[in-house]
Design a protein around this ligand. Structure first.
Ligand code: NI
Length: 253
């Protein structure tokens, strides 16, 4: 299995990063994609991929950080995106839920970063929260692009629009939450050949571990739940989501 989105470079993992990566391996998580969320985190993401054989990096600027996005940041991201083991641009997108950065800064940052990915030939990891219409509009204008909508949330209509554009959708451990019946319905509807799994660790710990740090090993628990919801075997889910991620991120092995 593959954890297609987490933040192992975050300080939460400073005390025991080696252990966390070892536990993931033991749980059958073969590869980990570490997402970039700021320039500093993107630098750390590349560094992490250099240090750990089974870790790959994405580089990007989270919409929360769009207010400080400038030409220097853009140039630095372009250089990072060309580094070894960088397999995607992300996470990038729009977040009108928290609005930590102004909408008028989020939009042009998103557009510029999509262009970087297209120029270099990398797929996108999209963060979209309470911003469905603008996310779809910008991505449609940028087509053709290859994208995964991470931590998928929303409704059937958004799911359909994403699938129609050829995108992948990725689900996190928030699928285990009691109130997340809508997500469990959506994960059932997504075609098996468009599905990926992720933890978004250290965030979104599964039910029963809430308040604690999440980690990539929990992809196994997530895969088990998805298998149960869809009425198929764990093997089927593991194989399909792994194949999807390998193709999407062009991982060897
Ligand atoms: Ni994330």
């Amino acid at each position: 299995m593959i954890d297609t989105h987490c933040h192992l470079d975050f300080p939460e993992f400073d005390p025991d990063r080696d252990e966390v990566i070892r536990r993931a391996k033991e749980a059958g998580i073969d590869f980990i994609i570490n997402a970039g969320s700021s320039l500093q985190n993107s630098i750390s993401s590349v560094e992490l991929a250099r240090r750990y054989e089974n870790v790959y990096a994405a580089v990007g600027i989270h919409p929360h950080d769009a207010d400080t996005f400038d030409k220097n940041t853009l140039d630095a991201i372009i250089e990072l995106a060309k580094k070894d083991k960088v397999v995607a641009l992300g996470e990038i997108g729009l977040d009108y839920f928290k609005n930590f950065s102004k909408k008028e800064n989020q939009l042009p940052a998103f557009v510029s970063l999509i262009k970087v990915a297209k120029d270099i030939g990398l797929p996108l990891i999209i963060h979209s929260r309470e911003a469905k219409a603008d996310t779809l509009r910008i991505l449609k204008e940028a087509m053709p692009v290859s994208a995964v909508v991470h931590c998928f949330s929303g409704d059937e209509e958004f799911l359909k629009s994403c699938l129609d554009l050829g995108f992948f959708v990725s689900f996190t451990c928030n699928l285990t939450y009691k109130k997340a019946q809508n997500l469990r319905d959506l994960v059932k509807q997504a075609p098996l050949d468009r599905l990926m799994l992720e933890t978004d660790a250290p965030y979104l710990s599964p039910e029963g571990q809430r308040g604690r740090r999440n980690e990539p090993a929990n992809v196994r628990l997530l895969a088990e739940l998805v298998a149960e919801i869809r009425g198929v075997s764990l093997d089927d889910i593991a194989r399909a989501t792994t194949d999807n991620a390998k193709k999407f991120f062009r991982l060897e092995g």
